[in-house]
Design a binder for this molecule. Sequence first.
Ligand code: PAF
Length: 291
Amino acid sequence: MTASTRNGYVPGRLTVHNDPAKLGGVTRALRGTGRKIVLIPTMGALHDGHRELIRHARRIPGAVVPVVSIFVNPLQFGAGEDLERYPRPLKADVDACREEGVELVLVPRAEDMYPPGSDTRVVAGPLGDELEGASRKGHFDGVLTVVSKLFHIVGPDVAMFGEKDYQQLTLVRRMVRDLYFPLDVVGVPTVREDDGLALSSRNAFLDAGQRRRAAVLHRALAAGASMSVRGPDAVLAAARAELAGEPEVDVDYLAVRGVDLGPPPDSGAARLLIAARFGATRLIDNTPITL
Ligand code: PAF
């Protein structure tokens, strides 16, 4: 029996694990065979944005084992957020993973990720309290805590994250650097609907009118980006003018930041970020700009 079959792993076939320890045993054995383990952490409700992450993972040169984790992480939801109503279409998610050539799926139970008394947390630091963190206290501590657990369980060589959650991507990169996780973090560009709306599992909550109005986020980012040579104030003014055309949009923040989400530079690469509510649904988006 080879290392790749000993733990029930069959190359090219998808296996779903609930037990983190078992999955960790499989990835450990596979690493010994020289294959690259690539983790795509998700909360499920997989859409084309997630499929794009998997496709990027499979395009990494060399022999790659794509691993998808599906876990709606209670620790990153605040009181009154959408933890209960967050979609959990597990069968469709597993089918999507199979279609995309994923070989290992981890669907851990909450009691395995957070056994009684497991009170240790990863703290995001000051950036965790800004932008998304300003209205979602503790959200990024919850994200970084679960992501670090997943990194330890799976032991990936590479982890893929979407650029739509740009602050999350930035904070994960920082955690990997600060805590010496031995892996590369790859950010994958946002996948959009035809009208520019960024794909998100939360888009499913929008009614028809909200869905139509939500395209203003992308239009505002594009309007802002078109003014980037004139500096941050012009970027923000152009984006605000576009948002003013959709009076029912409740904007939470609109900000120009550096690529590391610090203050924007005088010139060069930067990021324009937005968050807004459409009824009870809060959406985020961002775009690269050059000042
Ligand atoms: O982006 C997400 O889906 C989640 O925040 C993540 C990274 C899977 C952690 O729960």
